[in-house]
Every structure is written in structure tokens, then in C-alpha cells.
Design a protein around this ligand. Structure first.
Ligand code: AMP
Length: 509
């Protein structure tokens, strides 16, 4: 029987003894062993009663077992639903109920809290520890190492990933076998993955970046990965003498830059550094090139669409841009209101179309319909512009757009000017309710170590660099900008925290 995604993965295994994964404790697993292990888990799922189309919700700390369960779901025709281990019981209640999960797999320590929730929603509950423990492990380990993969076509669902959802309810993005397969094939090609590649895998596996981009690209290329349970700059740096590729969020790169051992010698064996999930500061890109001689390759994607664009493998990897649409993917910039393409160079809504784009939001047909244009383009919610050379830049999320006195202000434009000031490490520009202007521009700034830059110096530095209406009306200094696990600055938290800002107090407008 044919199983769209797993057949493809299988077809790329030329030698079952090839190394697939190496763990931190030195254990190694070949591709042949991976196929056997995922068969054991698929057999265990069948014993539990999981049927094709059933949702399997997994909230576990990062461990190789999460990958095995993901692939076992693919082979069983079940729908894998990974959940951030940081979610609270209250949040889990929503995900389990909304998805109608048939099975919940959790760490043994979480069993007590989850039992009632699973019962309430009619889901079975199994446990799995990061090591060899838990009821699911007990079922899988003695199970048969072969499994007849369940028939699944290109459009059948492989996974539902809930979006990180900074506003409103988190939505379940339905990803098909071909959404995942097509994107992995494309990325493996454009990033020139081969069986000799060794990827340092330090990303979480509940998110599209670590789960699909890193893992599926490795599988499709027959490469191997060094699986780390979490990111640690020293550990990652220490692995660079025997790895070839690192995929990371921008925070990985800024943390690595803090390591004195990061040099061109230390990275000489590495072939490629890839960044995504959040904007990589142009300054980080330049600093990295200076220190290592490698130009970080930045790409752009999202849970709903997998990856959309990438800087080129050959050719300029331009700091502050996310490159060109991937082969087979179409990207355009339109006026958010009318949906009409804007003139080249103008800012507008990024819309994408291609085999990578998801099948819609689980149980939300109306929401799904409102996020697609009639010609099939998905409205990403990201604002961007193409430069004269066709490189795409992202200027922020639609909801981060500030409208002050009726004029649009794109936070990134202001942030770039602020970040360029000496003494500033980074900044986040937000709009807060303002009595006269609707929204007032507020800059939240992290100083460089030892810097004493103050509000007046920031305003003096920006004077003449930006139109007056874009200038911050207030400047706030903080020790750090809070980011989520994927390195995104949580502007919604900043907006909430400072929502009662008194603009008149400073009389700066
Ligand atoms: P997620 O669904 O959690 O992967 O988040 C997707 C969002 O992350 C996108 O819609 C963008 O807003 C942002 N994002 C992803 N990659 C980049 C990038 N390279 N530069 C800027 N923003 C990015």
C-alpha cells in the first residue's frame, strides 16, 4: 500500500546501515533501525486502537521518541499533534477538546494532571518519558519491528500544528502528507543536502522548524543529525568540528556570538548556517560573517505554509532579507485591503501559494475561507516588500503595524534606525493607545553593556533620520526583550504591559 510521505522517506534510504541519528550520550541509530523503531511505535498505536485519521496529541519534553511517534503516526495514517511542553493544563484542555484527540501522550510526571482532561474529552492517555520509560514505551519496545504502512494519499493529513497564536484562540493548521513531503524535497535541493551532511539539531520538536524543516530535510536527503535535547551554545560550538549544518532561530546565533571560541577555525568544517522563525538582525548577520567567514542563510516560513522563501545557496545572502520564493512556491505583495498587487518596492501583505500551503484550520471553515483569496493565495499576515533585486524583506506582522494620526508606521523601519545608534543593543517598537493619535509610537530599548544612552540621546540620534510622525513619543529602557521559545519578541506582552502609558507625562509630542 502506498503511504505518500513515508514511501518517499523510505525511497531515499539507499543503505539501511547509514547513520540517521546520534544522541548526546553517544548512542547511534541507523536508518534501518529507525524504520524498525517507528514500526514498533506504529504497532503500539494499533494496539491502543488508533485508526487512520485519529489525532494523536503529544506533549513531551524533547527526545528521540517524539520523532519516532511522529513517524509512527505517518505510517499509521494518524494525525500527529505536537504540543509545547510549556502549555498549562488549561491550554491543554482546549487543544485536546478542539482537536478531538483520540490519544494523548505525555511525560509520566504530567499523567496526574492530564488524566481528568483526557477522560473528559474521551481520549486515551499513555505516558512516555524522555528515557526508556512510560506505558507507551512499554507497549512499543516488545512490538514487532515490521508494519504494513497504512494507505495515505498526498492530500491526507499528516499533522495538525497549533499556531503560536499571539492574538485570539490558537488555530490548528492542518498539514497534509504532500505539504510536508514537497517542502522537504525542495529544501533539501535548494540547500544542497547530501548523505554526507550532519545537522546539529538543537531546535524544539513541537514546532515546524525543528520537527519538519530540520527532521524531514535530513530524512529526505539521507543525511544524519546530532540530536540535542536543548540548545546550549558551548555544546553546539563543540560539535562544529564534526557537523556540517546548523539550523537555528536568531537567538542561537546571538548566543554563539557571545562565545569567544566562535572563530573561522572553529567553523571551518561547517557548510551552512540557516536561520529562521524570527527576524535575524542584519547586524547579527554581519557580525557572524566577520567572525566566521560564513554568511548565514535566512529563510522565511510559518506553521501554516512550511517554508516559503530562502536566500540563495549560491549568490548573495542579503542581511535583513529572506531571499526569493522557493521553487514551486509563488509569493506576492498586495494591498491588504483590496488584495491587488502593489507596485514593486512598496510595502504590503505577503501572500503565498504552492504545494507547501496547508489545508486550512481544523474545525474553522470560516476562518480558513477568510484567510485565502479566491485565486488560492494564503494571506500570511506578514507585511513585506521586494527590493529591486527581488529579495523579500519582512517588515512585521500585520497586527504589529502602528497607525498613528492615520499614518502607517512599520515598526521595523524605526527599529533599524534605533538599533543603528551607538549604545543600543536591540529594540522593539510598538503602538500604544494614545489620546490624540489613536496609537503612539513607543520604543522599548535594550542598551549595550556599559552604555548609558538615554531618551534624549535616542531622540537626538533619530532626528532627521525618520519622518516626524514615525518618531517615538516615548522611549523605555529594559534589561531584555522577552522572547518565546522560537526567538520571537513578544510584542503582545509589551503592548499589554505598557497599555496604560501616559503620553502627556513627558510632553514629547
Ligand atoms: P510560526 O508559525 O511560529 O513558525 O511563526 C511564523 C511567523 O514567524 C511568520 O509569519 C513570520 O512573522 C515570522 N518569521 C518566520 N521566519 C522569519 C524570518 N526569517 N524573518 C522574520 N520573521 C519570520
Amino acid at each position: 500500500m502506498s503511504n505518500h510521505l513515508f514511501d518517499l522517506i523510505r525511497s531515499r534510504i539507499s543503505d539501511p546501515t547509514t547513520l540517521f541519528m546520534e544522541l548526546q550520550d553517544g548512542r547511534r541509530m541507523s536508518y534501518g533501525e529507525l524504520v524498525a523503531e517507528t514500526a514498533r511505535y506504529a504497532n503500539a498505536l494499533a494496539t491502543i486502537g488508533i485508526r487512520p485519521g485519529d489525532r494523536v496529541a503529544v506533549q513531551m519534553e524533547k527526545s528521540p521518541a517524539v520523532i519516532f511517534i511522529y513517524l509512527a503516526c505517518v505510517r499509521s495514517g494518524a494525525v500527529f499533534l505536537p504540543l509545547n511542553p510549556g502549555y498549562t493544563l488549561n491550554e491543554l484542555d482546549y487543544f485536546i477538546s478542539d482537536s478531538g484527540a483520540s490519544l494523548v501522550v505525555c511525560d509520566p510526571e504530567a499523567q496526574l494532571g492530564l488524566t481528568r482532561i483526557a477522560e473528559r474529552h474521551g481520549a486515551k492517555l499513555e505516558t512516555h518519558g524522555s528515557d526508556a520509560s512510560g506505558s507507551l514505551y512499554e507497549k512499543a519496545s516488545p512490538a514487532a519491528s515490521d508494519f504494513a504502512d497504512v494507505q495515505r494519499g498526498a492530500d491526507d493529513l499528516a499533522a495538525i500544528l497549533y499556531t503560536s497564536g499571539t492574538t485570539g484562540r490558537s488555530k490548528g493548521a492542518m498539514l497534509s502528507h504532500d505539504n510536508l513531503a514537497s517542502n522537504a524535497v525542495t529544501l533539501a535541493e535548494v540547500w544542497r543536502f547530501t548523505p554526507s551532511d550532519v545537522l546539529i539539531h538543537a531546535l524544539p520538536v513541537f514546532h515546524t522548524h525543528g520537527l519538519f524543516v530540520a527532521t524531514n530535510v535530513t530524512l529526505i536527503a539521507g543525511s544524519s543529525l546530532i540530536f540535542l535535547n536543548k540548545f546550549d551554545a558551548k555544546t553546539v560550538l563543540g560539535l562544529m568540528d564534526r557537523a556540517t549544518v546548523l539550523m537555528g532561530v536568531p537567538t542561537f546565533y546571538t548566543r554563539l556570538l557571545d562565545e569567544t571560541g566562535l572563530t573561522s577555525e572553529a567553523t571551518a568544517r561547517m557548510r551552512l548556517f540557516i536561520s529562521g522563525s524570527a527576524p535575524l538582525l542584519a547586524e547579527t548577520h554581519r557580525e557572524w560573517s566577520k567572525r566566521t567567514g560564513h554568511a548565514i542563510l535566512e529563510r522565511y516560513g510559518m506553521t501554516e505554509t512550511n517554508m516559503n522563501t530562502s536566500n540563495p545557496y549560491d549568490g548573495d545572502r542579503v542581511p535583513g532579507t529572506v531571499g526569493f520564493a522557493l521553487p514551486g512556491v509563488e509569493a506576492r505583495i498586495v494591498d491588504p485591503e483590496t488584495g491587488h498587487p502593489v507596485p514593486q518596492g512598496d510595502i504590503g501583505m505577503i501572500e503565498v501559494k504552492g504545494p507547501n500551503v496547508f489545508k486550512g484550520y481544523w474545525n474553522m471553515p470560516e476562518k480558513t475561507a477568510s484567510e485565502f483569496r479566491v485565486d488560492g493565495y494564503f494571506i500570511t499576515g506578514d507585511l513585506g516588500q521586494f527590493n529591486a533585486r527581488g529579495y523579500l524583506s519582512i517588515v512585521g506582522r500585520g497586527k504589529d503595524l502602528i497607525i498613528s494620526g492615520g499614518l502607517n508606521i512599520y515598526p521595523k523601519e524605526v527599529e533599524e534606525e534605533i538599533d543603528a545608534l551607538s549604545g543600543v543593543m536591540e529594540s522593539a517598537v510598538i503602538g500604544l493607545p494614545h489620546p490624540d493619535f489613536g496609537e503612539g509610537v513607543v520604543a522599548v530599548i535594550v542598551r549595550e553593556k556599559g552604555s548609558t544612552i538615554d531618551e534624549n540621546a535616542v531622540m537626538a540620534g533619530l532626528n532627521g533620520r525618520l519622518a516626524r510622525f514615525k518618531l517615538p513619543k516615548r522611549v523605555i529602557f529594559v534589561d531584555e526583550l522577552r522572547r518565546n521559545t522560537m526567538g520571537k519578541v513578544q510584542k503582545n506582552l509589551l503592548r499589554e504591559h505598557y497599555k496604560d502609558m501616559n503620553f502627556n507625562a513627558k510632553g514629547m509630542d
